[in-house]
Design a binder for this molecule. Structure first.
Ligand code: HEC
Ligand code: HEC
Ligand code: HEC
Length: 239
């Protein structure tokens, strides 16, 4: 089976199981439109199949050094290309996703929903437009303005940051220290779906769309190839 086909099947399986689970949740939300603004329930106690306990999120600034992931050009002799921050910052819409909450369209959506607070202060918006981990998981350099930052996808870096910089640990050891397995298609699909389809904690999609939110469409290609900071990796010359 081809690479794309396998990813497509994963996508179908995960989406269908999600959709089956959604109607009940959507209904229960009907009565309490603002329930999303309540403090976050602890995802780990609610459903331990969703996410393992997260680590402290150190913030994008902790990944952005020019010797780390902020290289101006892709490195040729490194296991990773190291310009991931540069690409994310310049070209990846995830880095602008918080800023969007400040625009007029966002204000209108929030008004239509009757949110008591502006979008950038509303949990319902922040859950998808930023790395909205609880305050207790935000390190000193963490900045909510960074939007969907590295750790929103790669997991809180508190335990893996040091070891992974040392270069002396295996990928498996990094995973054991909290790095999210983005390379695994199922796990990656779950990660993207959280915000691009919605999940148990972010399920108000039909409601926000009624309020003027753009349609959220998610396709196979988005899962597998669009992630912008992989672009340069694909462009590296064949060796
Ligand atoms: C379930 C996750 C989710 C929630 C909740 C959510 N958004 Fe979004 N939002 C997205 C995604 C994903 C996109 C990008 C859609 C696309 O282009 O594929 C987006 C796009 C947008 C856009 C258009 C961005 C652009 O580039 O023009 C605006 C404006 C917006 N959201 C505002 C809001 C506001 C305000 C809230 C809170 C009321 C909110 N969103 C809640 C996921 C979400
Ligand atoms: C929207 C989710 C998302 C965000 C945000 C994100 N990444 Fe990634 N990242 C991924 C996925 C998915 C992969 C692909 C994994 C694979 O195929 O092996 C990846 C791959 C990587 C890799 C290994 C591949 C390579 O050579 O580039 C590194 C390093 C990386 N990301 C660093 C970062 C850094 C640093 C940031 C923040 C500036 C960041 N990522 C932001 C999802 C994300
Ligand atoms: C924490 C929530 C979150 C996660 C996790 C997430 N995204 Fe996004 N993504 C967003 C939001 C919000 C936007 C819209 C940002 C904007 O318009 O500026 C977006 C935008 C995008 C876009 C641009 C869409 C367009 O129409 O321009 C792509 C592509 C994308 N995401 C792919 C992915 C992939 C692939 C993954 C999983 C590896 C992922 N995202 C994980 C929230 C998320």
């Amino acid at each position: 089976m081809g690479f794309r086909m396998r990813h497509f099947l994963t996508f179908l399986i995960i989406t269908s199981s999600l959709l089956i689970g959604l109607p009940g949740l959507a209904l229960s939300n009907e009565e309490t439109p603002l329930a999303m603004d309540a403090p976050a329930a602890d995802a780990t106690t609610a459903d331990n199949t969703v996410a393992p306990k997260d680590d402290l999120h150190l913030g994008v600034a902790s990944c952005a050094g020019s010797n780390c992931h902020g290289a101006a050009r892709p490195y040729q002799n490194s296991s990773v290309v190291q310009n991931e921050y540069t690409i994310w910052n310049r070209e990846d819409p995830h880095s602008k996703s918080y800023a969007i909450l400040l625009n007029d369209r966002s204000k209108r959506i929030a008004r239509n929903l009757g949110l008591p607070k502006p979008p950038e202060a509303s949990k319902i918006c922040l859950d998808c437009h930023a790395d909205n981990v609880p305050v207790s998981l935000r390190g000193k350099r963490f900045d909510i303005n960074d939007g969907v930052g590295c750790e929103a996808c790669h997991g809180g870096g508190n335990r893996y940051l040091g070891p992974h910089v040392s270069g002396e640990v295996t990928h498996q050891q990094n995973l054991d220290l909290g790095l999210y397995p983005t390379e695994k298609p199922e796990e990656r699909a779950q990660l993207c779906i959280k915000c691009h389809v919605g999940d148990q904690e972010r399920f108000a999609i039909h409601k926000i769309m009624g309020a003027g939110h753009p349609r959220i469409s998610f396709e196979l290609d988005t899962f597998t190839e669009v992630h912008k900071h992989l672009r340069d990796r694909y462009r590296l010359p064949e060796t």
